[in-house]
Structure formats: structure tokens, C-alpha cells
Design a protein around this ligand. Structure first.
Ligand code: SAM
Length: 266
């Protein structure tokens, strides 16, 4: 199988495209595809769990041993299907969005998306120091806590705070969804269901890849993953079936690369 041209947006169907990729070739997959909940034509999937299982099987073949997959969806996006023959589910990250508008009166407003964090066997890289976030405790409270012993390996010891910040955990409320006022929003049409904030994608890319690694984005939409990869010196392979979105993504990558070149000249 020939290697797939890198740092390009391929205007293709993601399932067929993935089947044409060489085995064990990618370091990270970021999959923000159909959720099966909106009225978009691209989101019409008969059974989202079966669809995701098919993706997981295909991705596991192209992932290197130890690589990670982040799969976006709603709360039940991988329920009732057995993905264990293909990948290990390390955790489900909750991307919490408190400011979502109220939806209906028959249930609770949905205030989060899920990002399933899968690994192919024992994970190869988790760059915690690159994704640490500020400690949420006030200085005074923190000093008091430092005098409270905590248990480590069965022994009491002084509570230690890492000056570089803490692990972001698996509930992320610190990254806001884009709004129509966001500078990075490319068009109103891409709001909510399509374009993701770069900050969110950046955390995934930094945590699970290094410079020069190959990142695969099968459903690239407006090109957030390729743009972040360009900025962070990762190689990427991206796929998008809608020619209009593919065009937007290509323009975005060009603009990002140009901005990076200008920055490097400063
Ligand atoms: C949630 S959006 C991705 C948004 C992207 N992460 C961004 O920030 O712009 C999902 C995208 O998947 C595309 N898509 C859906 N089914 C596809 C398929 N079978 N093959 C390729 N692209 C597909 C849609 O056109 C849509 O742009």
C-alpha cells in the first residue's frame, strides 16, 4: 500500500479513505465525525454506536501500537457495542459547556459532549507537562492544604502542588464553545455543530503526539485539526467529503502556515 500524501485535505468518504491507508502508520487519530443527533445531511447515521464501532475497527488497523484515538460524540456514542477487540477505552472526557441554551421541557438540557479517549494497547505518549492547567485553589487555601497530610503509597506525607499546574482531569469546563462573536469562527454556518475551538484540539494534539508525528483527522470539516497541527509542527492526513468545507480547510491551513512563517521571521 502506498503512503497517503501528507499535509493535504483529501475530499473523500472517510470510511473508504481509511481502508486505503497503510497499517500502523499514524501516531494519533482525532475523530470529530457524525454524532447522529442533528438535522445536517452528514449527520444522518442509522445507528451511531454501530457506525462508531466500524470506525474504531478501521482506525485500530492504521494506528501504531501505543497510539491514541479521540472520538467525539454524545453520552451514549459507544454504548452497547464491544470495541474491546480493537482498542482500550482509557476514559471518557466530558467537554462541559454550561452556557448552552435550554433545550425543550421533557428532559435536562444537554450541557456536554463526550470525547472518548482510546489507546491501542499500552499508551506510548501522554505529555502531561504540555497540557497542565492552573491550580484552581486560592493561594491562602493552597498554603493551608499544603500543611494537611495526604496519603501517598499508603503513607502520610505533605500535600504537594505542582508549580507547573495540574492534570486537566476528565471534565473540561475551561474551554468554551465558539460563539458568533469568536474571532476564530470562520462563518456563522459552521457554528455549534461543525467548527471546534483550536484550544480544545490543541490540548488533544499536545497530550498525545510530538513534533513530527502523523495525526489523522478523518472528518476535518473546517480544518481545525490540520490548522493546529500546522502550528504545532505535526504532520497530518485529513479527509472531508464536502467540497465546500474542504476548500475552507485548505484556505485555513494556507493562512495558518503563512502566519507561522511570519512569526518565525520576528
Ligand atoms: C463535526 S464536523 C467536523 C468539524 C471539525 N472538527 C472542525 O473543527 O471544523 C463533521 C464533518 O464530517 C464530515 N463528514 C461526515 N461524514 C463524512 C464521511 N463519510 N466522510 C468524510 N467526511 C464526512 C461532514 O461534512 C462534517 O464536515
Amino acid at each position: 500500500m502506498n503512503p497517503i500524501p501528507e499535509n493535504k485535505i483529501h475530499c473523500r468518504d472517510a470510511l473508504r479513505f481509511t481502508e486505503g491507508m497503510p497499517s500502523e502508520s499514524v501516531d494519533l487519530v482525532i475523530c470529530d465525525g457524525p454524532y447522529g443527533v442533528t438535522t445536517h445531511e452528514w449527520d444522518q447515521v442509522a445507528n451511531i454506536q454501530e457506525f462508531n464501532l466500524g470506525l474504531i475497527e478501521r482506525f485500530s488497523r492504521v494506528m501504531k501500537p501505543g497510539a491514541a484515538l479521540y472520538l467525539f460524540g454524545k453520552c451514549d456514542c459507544v454504548d452497547f457495542v464491544d470495541y474491546r477487540p480493537f482498542l482500550d477505552l482509557a476514559t471518557k472526557i466530558v467537554w462541559y459547556q454550561p452556557s448552552r441554551l435550554a433545550q425543550g421541557r421533557r428532559s435536562y438540557t444537554n450541557n456536554y459532549d463526550i470525547i472518548c479517549y482510546f489507546t491501542k494497547g499500552r499508551v506510548d505518549q501522554f505529555n502531561l507537562d504540555d497540557i497542565r492547567v492552573a491550580q484552581l485553589v486560592e493561594l491562602e487555601h493552597r498554603r493551608r492544604c499544603e500543611n494537611v497530610p495526604s496519603v501517598k503509597n499508603g503513607r502520610y506525607g505533605k500535600t504537594a502542588f505542582n508549580e507547573k499546574g495540574k492534570n486537566p482531569g476528565d471534565v473540561w469546563g475551561d474551554i468554551k464553545q465558539l460563539t458568533y462573536k469568536s474571532k476564530e469562527l470562520l462563518s456563522r454556518e459552521l457554528l455549534n455543530t461543525v467548527q471546534k475551538p483550536e484550544k480544545l484540539i490543541e490540548r488533544l494534539v499536545r497530550a498525545s503526539s510530538s513534533e513530527g508525528d502523523l495525526v489523522y483527522d478523518p472528518f476535518c470539516g473546517s480544518g481545525t485539526v490540520p490548522a493546529v497541527c500546522t502550528r504545532l509542527n505535526r504532520r497530518f492526513v485529513a479527509c472531508e467529503q464536502n467540497p465546500e468545507y474542504a476548500k475552507i480547510a485548505r484556505q485555513r491551513i494556507k493562512a495558518t502556515a503563512k502566519a507561522e512563517r511570519q512569526l518565525s521571521l520576528l
